[in-house]
Design a protein around this ligand. Sequence first.
Ligand SMILES: [Zn+2]
Length: 161
Amino acid sequence: MHDHQHPHSALTPEQLQQQLADAGLRATRQRLLILGSLLVLPGHPTAEQVHQRVTEQLSSVSLGTVYKALDSFVAAGLTRRVASAEGSRRRYDADCTEHHHLVCADTQEIIDYCDPQLDDLIRNFFAAKGLPGFQPHSFSLHVTGNRVADSSAAGPAKQTT
Ligand SMILES: [Zn+2]
């Protein structure tokens, strides 16, 4: 057990139970396993990846059960669904803090991107312009591009068509 908690580090069963309870969900054994698996998987796993991890511990859990549990986590605000590129599988994000996503068009890898300066920019933009008939709560940018070698100049990784 560690004193420091990171969003993607393994939680104790008690902590998982508490998360479910806080979200108003009954802490069944399956839900505990599914939430625990989601939290330790790196990045933004698909339901299939979560399912595979869960079945390593409890082989009787079906993919449908995993989908249903993940949906209930999303509805309860424990998990977010990542808006991903068309045609790709649903991806889940256990990190519910505000952040943006860089999506690699080649590999479908989703990279978390945080920048308070960018958040301020967006917030100030909408504060100045206003959104008629709409009150924004949060922002999440979805930037599509391609990974480029780090050694090259750190320019924008935009793909021109
Ligand atoms: Zn994310």
